[in-house]
Design a protein around this ligand. Structure first.
Ligand SMILES: [Zn+2]
Ligand SMILES: [Zn+2]
Length: 292
């Protein structure tokens, strides 16, 4: 019975989320708070699964880990969402209006296709941004704090330097004419799959699910300690993109982290991209002190 549940829980959750947004009354789905509530319920649900079928004892959630994870979830829903809306989505909508970019065809697609389109648009953009972060030092400095986490848990997808969280939130969805409910549904599916992919849960998903969607096996491998081993499985939720772009790798990792596996505090995670600059200033200051 347990095996059956942990085989089907990921695809069934995705199906329930799609059905919810397709069938829920408009007065619920039109309310902007509905995605916030749905995302929180989804994350709480995936987090609770860690009590029933733990993957690694070393990844067991502690109060300190949970407090950090919750801090970043709140940051994501407040400051990062505000900056992303005002500095990316709204200017993009203004450009769409000024340039008369219209996609009326998208409004007439079946609901499931609209959701799939939004998922693909978000994931394709995130894939390339994430790949850039693993191949360019300035971008890596923003993303490295996410790789310094030393255990995986359902909410760990929210943990990262704020600059990275903003960069990874960028998408071109605002250029398309799409019903808000399809965008909310896609966001909710991505929250579920990303939470599953970071969760300390021993799932045994059907092969077709792991062909399309990122699993904790794929994503734990991306969190490997040797840096070169992290350069695979970039897709946050749609591993199909890695398969198509030649960056997919099979396997999983039980030991995660970077460098000496030093766990960073929230302060260190915020300061991380500026560490080379701080080190340079300190070196100059000590040189001046030595000369004087
Ligand atoms: Zn990464
Ligand atoms: Zn991750």
């Amino acid at each position: 019975m347990k095996r059956f549940i942990f085989t089907w829980i990921q695809p069934v959750t995705v199906a329930v989320i799609v059905a919810f947004w397709a069938l829920a009354p408009a007065k619920w789905t039109d309310n902007p708070n509905s995605i916030l509530i749905a995302a929180c319920v989804t994350m709480a649900f995936v987090q609770s699964l860690e009590w029933f079928n733990e993957r690694h004892i070393d990844w067991r959630l502690t109060r300190r880990e949970f407090a950090t994870d919750v801090f970043y979830v709140v940051l994501g829903f407040t400051a990062i969402d505000w900056i992303s809306t005002h500095c990316a989505d709204e200017p993009l909508k203004a450009a769409k209006a000024a340039l008369h970019i219209n996609t009326p065809w998208a409004m007439h697609l079946p609901f499931v296709v609209q959701v799939a389109l939004v998922i693909f648009l978000i994931e394709f953009g995130q894939y390339w941004m994430h790949r850039l972060m693993h191949n360019s030092t300035p971008f890596w400095l923003t993303h490295a704090p996410h790789h310094h986490i030393t255990q995986l848990n359902a909410l760990k997808g929210a943990v990262g330097n704020p600059i990275e969280l903003f960069l990874i939130s960028l998408s071109v969805v605002a250029l398309f004419d799409l019903p808000l409910v399809a965008v909310f549904c896609a966001g909710n599916v991505l929250t579920a799959v990303s939470s599953f992919a970071h969760a300390n849960v021993r799932f045994d998903p059907p092969r077709w699910y792991a062909f399309f969607f990122t699993t904790v096996e794929h994503h734990s491998l991306h969190h490997s300690v040797p840096f070169e081993d992290t350069r695979c499985n970039y897709a946050n939720s749609l591993i199909l993109i890695d398969r198509l772009c030649g960056t997919f790798r099979h396997g999983e990792a039980a030991v995660v982290g970077q460098d000496e596996r030093k766990r960073l505090s929230i302060r260190e995670q915020f300061a991380y991209p500026f560490m080379p600059l701080i080190a340079m200033i300190r070196a100059r200051q000590s040189q001046v002190m030595d000369l004087s």
